[in-house]
Design a protein around this ligand. Structure first.
Ligand SMILES: *[C@@H]1O[C@H](CO)[C@@H](O)[C@H](O)[C@H]1NC(C)=O
Ligand SMILES: *[C@@H]1O[C@H](CO)[C@@H](O)[C@H](O)[C@H]1NC(C)=O
Ligand SMILES: *[C@@H]1O[C@H](CO)[C@@H](O)[C@H](O)[C@H]1NC(C)=O
Length: 283
């Protein structure tokens, strides 16, 4: 009797949760990992996420909650990988019809690529990439200034040739499942993603949103459009529960007034406050 009551209550609670979650699923869920030393939130690359949100309906943006410190970098980065992995997995499980986008800048880029490809850098605990069923929900990954950058990959954008200070091993193999939906922006001489030593090494590192923000936005929007056109709704099963959401996916409408130039989208004024915080990287 008592047990039956308890079970009923548990079931009611469970179904309550499920409907709340199902109702709160966005068409597009952007998970953003900020750079080292940026204040909590989405940081400078959040401006790219915002541009995507302005061009595509049904987008929500959430930050990865992690330390993003330069001190104890390995601990901070590892905490970021754990946090982002859980966020992607939970969302993919609870919202199987949603599209997920990953973005990251600097340490946040390192976090994002570890989540997508698995960690293979010397000095970092090895991790597995997200399982394929979860990766299938991730339609775009845009990272800038990744310290684990390895040059010569199909998804690289920019003219970097050296590789990052924590250069990734076996990148072609480990990132193969996500190569077609990822862009990694890095230019020659960047202090972190290209091991640059020049006096402009930090300036190069913090310039990518201005330099490539429109390119990254266009890439993510095009990936979302492509995914909408070929949407197949699959369900991710977990050991504890099977999601039975039957909500049909609505296509992602793209605003027709989206054609704005880089100078307007990523104006100097809009960048100032973000740059102020990311400039701390120079210290
Ligand atoms: C629904 O999603 C929004 C955007 O991510 C979030 O702010 C809000 O807390 C969520 N609500 C619930 C009930 O989970
Ligand atoms: C790399 O590309 C950037 C951005 O387009 C440019 O400013 C820079 O001069 C290039 N560097 C080299 C070494 O070609
Ligand atoms: C982004 O930049 C890359 C490399 O310069 C270029 O091949 C690509 O066409 C650009 N994409 C967009 C959407 O501007």
């Amino acid at each position: 009797m008592a047990l039956a009551k308890l079970t009923m209550a548990a079931l009611a609670l469970a179904s309550g949760f499920e409907s709340v979650l199902a109702q709160n699923c966005s068409s597009v869920h952007i998970i953003v990992a900020r750079a080292s030393t940026e204040p909590a939130g989405t940081g400078i690359i959040g401006l790219v996420a915002k541009q995507v949100q302005d061009q595509v309906s049904g987008v929500d943006i959430v930050p990865v909650v992690y330390p993003a410190t330069l001190e104890n970098y390995v601990n901070s980065q590892t905490a970021g990988v754990t946090a982002m992995t859980k966020m992607v997995t939970d969302y993919a499980t609870n919202c199987p019809n949603s599209k997920i986008v990953l973005m990251g800048y600097s340490q946040g880029a390192h976090v994002s690529v570890d989540v997508a490809c698995g960690a293979t850098e010397a000095g970092f605990p090895a991790t597995q990439a997200l399982p394929q069923a979860v990766l299938d929900k991730v339609v775009a990954i845009a990272v800038m200034g990744d310290p684990s950058f390895a040059p010569g990959q199909s998804f690289d954008v920019g003219n970097a040739t050296v590789g990052g200070i924590f250069k990734r091993a076996n990148v072609a193999t480990t990132c193969a499942p996500v190569a077609a939906k990822m862009k990694s922006f890095c230019d020659s001489g960047d202090k972190y993603c290209d091991n640059g030593q020049g006096k402009d090494a930090v300036a190069i590192h913090i310039g990518y949103v201005q330099e490539y923000g429109k390119n990254a936005t266009d890439f993510v929007v095009s990936q979302l459009k492509k995914a909408s056109a070929t949407q197949t709704s699959t369900t991710i099963q977990t050991s504890s529960a099977t999601q039975t959401s039957s909500a049909t996916q609505t296509p992602v409408p793209v605003a027709t007034s989206a054609a704005t130039g880089r100078s307007r989208m990523f104006s100097a004024a809009a960048l100032v406050s973000s740059l102020m915080s990311i400039m701390l990287l120079a210290l």
